[in-house]
Design a protein around this ligand. Structure first.
Ligand code: OOB
Length: 549
């Protein structure tokens, strides 16, 4: 395995970001300590499913005790720990404990399965893996047993919320706090996952300094202060609910975080009423459901000031419905785990809020919109978005070859998004150049799923493309060529095969279509462009007979 140093900002840029006050030399561990000292009795976390309310003092103390437990099990600064926890208070106890040690959480999602988790544990040479015993009717101990069998080097597996089975319960770790020097502000804080367009997800190295800047600045732009109540609706480990301004923003401000166990209105709306939630963040499909449900709802949603919507393109028509339905300000957010986050401003004209995806957080976010040859396009013309700045990574973790193409020579990240810049400096997302499907905010790398399809003995070739979906925005369609002489294969059987390979459910193709051949470009390469066009053209058609699915 390569031991290339983690790419970082050149010294002159780092100096500039410090001088400008963007990087302030804080760490997340210190941040929590300071908040706990300033207002120990204020409620930091509400976990309605567990019926628990932890004050800042309690969260701080729990993080210290858990850090001691992890340290006693040999977890050291710089170690990677795959964290796969749902929206429960222990997520924060674990993550802040790792921050205190200087160990790096690797933020897996609850939906990930054997294929993804095995890769994260093996690639990061994880010292530990943290799971709930069960969640959403799924037994994570069984998953961990499979992962451990495949990754013999995996250290401990820690379990919360039930019988740990063959593993160790978090609750049984030693709990006497020990002195820990903690990381430096320029050290890595965690590894976030990329949505990706390649066979395996890339890992995104974020530092305390850079991430805290994005969190602090997000608070200002989203009006978060100590009176705010943030409802965490999306999976807590994702960059959007974590930092835009998210749970970490709320904790930074000394505000209250309410953990929503499920995103549906019948769970979220009562929590908004009971806890006086002032802001939350959702993906576009959920925003649609909420605006519809609000009309018939008897819950009092009047505390809600701001609804952040992002992760995928929010249509103008849907955006217009937010204020009338929910009585709050819409704030569009176009962000990426690699860094750059754009927000519409709370005081932007209403038209700007519904028709753009916002503008960058920082005066030091550099934006370029370029053509296929990296030449700047005239203002207002759609092109590829390139960016660099004080909280955008300069390279993925241990991926030098990929970095050579994913970043320009002078350090701009190639986002893979096609955008247009308005006269006011706002960005409008027009499309995507990367080979990724955005399924209602959940990102699917086409190549990853294609590789799994190709593993089926009857499959000769496969391509995954997006087709339009009225609710999700996009869903997936797999075009598959079967091997000559292969017996009949039903779409459902191929989907079951993919599921059986331990892939997160959202990556299983929504529709499988068998074809004789793929359209080709002039030089004989497979034309994904034509496949995408075909998928868009025929999205409404049922697929006929046994080939359909
Ligand atoms: C967020 O982060 P990721 O890393 O899951 O995905 C980033 C990609 C972007 O490159 C873009 O393709 C798409 O998701 N995206 C949007 C969008 N927000 C994200 N496309 C159109 N309109 C939007 N508003 O998705 C993320 C991270 C932080 C905050 C919000 C979202």
């Amino acid at each position: 395995m390569s031991r290339t140093p983690t790419p970082s900002w050149p010294a002159d840029h780092a100096e500039r970001y410090r001088a400008a006050g963007w990087w302030r030399g804080e760490t997340f561990g210190q941040m929590l300590r300071e908040r706990a000292a300033a207002h120990p009795d204020r409620v930091a976390l509400v976990d309605p499913a567990a019926g628990s309310r932890w004050t800042y003092a309690e969260l701080d103390e729990r993080a210290d005790r858990m850090a001691a437990g992890f340290a006693a099990r040999g977890i050291a600064p710089g170690d990677r720990v795959v964290v796969q926890l749902p929206n429960i208070a222990e997520f924060f106890e674990v993550v802040f404990a790792l921050f205190r040690i200087g160990a790096l959480p690797v933020f897996a999602l609850p939906a990930h399965r054997e294929s993804e988790i095995t890769y994260f544990c093996a690639f990061t040479e994880a010292a530990a893996y943290v799971i709930p015993a069960e969640h959403g009717g799924y037994d994570y101990r069984e998953l961990a047993a499979k992962v451990r069998a495949e990754v013999p080097g995996l250290g401990a597996v820690f379990v919360t919320g039930g019988d740990p089975g063959p593993f160790e319960a978090l609750a049984d770790l030693p709990r006497d706090p020990v002195p820990l020097p903690g990381p430096a502000p320029h050290d890595l804080a965690f590894l976030q996952l990329s949505g990706g367009s390649t066979g395996v997800p890339k890992l995104i190295p974020r530092t305390h300094d850079d991430y805290l800047y994005s969190v602090r600045a997000s608070n200002e732009l989203c009006g978060v202060d100590e009176h705010s109540v943030y409802l965490c609706v999306l999976p807590a480990a994702h960059n959007f609910p974590l930092s835009s301004p998210g749970t970490l923003g709320a904790l930074y401000a000394g505000a209250r975080v309410v953990l929503c166990p499920q995103p549906s209105p019948d769970v979220a709306f009562p929590l908004i009423e009971q806890e006086g939630v002032t802001l939350t963040g959702v993906v576009p499909p959920l925003a649609l459901v909420w605006t519809e449900a609000a009309a018939a709802s008897t819950y009092d949603l009047s505390s809600l000031d701001v609804l952040l919507v992002g992760g995928a393109k929010f249509s103008e028509e849907a955006a217009r419905r937010v204020r009338p339905a929910l009585g709050c300000t819409l704030q569009q957010v176009f962000g990426m785990a690699e860094g750059l986050v754009n927000y519409t401003r709370l005081d932007d004209p209403a038209e700007t809020i519904v028709t753009t995806q916002g503008r960058p957080i920082s005066p030091d976010d550099e934006i370029r919109v370029v053509d296929d040859e990296d030449h700047d396009v005239p203002p207002g013309t759609p092109g590829h978005l390139l960016t660099r700045g004080p909280y955008t990574i300069r390279g993925y973790w241990r991926a030098p070859e990929h970095n050579a193409t994913a970043f320009t020579a002078d350090g701009f990240y190639r986002t893979g998004d096609i955008v247009r810049l308005t006269a006011t400096g706002h960005l409008v997302v027009e499309g995507r150049a990367k080979d990724q499907i955005n399924r209602g905010g959940e990102k699917i790398a086409a190549e990853e799923v294609e590789n799994h399809l190709l593993a089926h003995p009857a499959v000769h070739d496969a391509n995954l493309v997006a087709e339009a979906d009225p609710y999700l925005g996009e869903r997936t369609r797999a075009y598959v060529i079967l091997r000559a002489g292969a017996g009949p294969l039903k779409p459902a059987a191929l989907k079951a095969f993919i599921r059986g390979r331990g892939l997160a459910a959202y990556k299983v193709p929504d529709r499988v279509e068998f074809v004789e051949q793929f359209p080709q470009t002039a030089i004989g390469k497979i034309s994904k462009k034509d496949l995408r066009a075909a998928a868009v053209r025929t999205a409404q058609e049922p697929v006929a007979g046994p080939a359909g699915g």
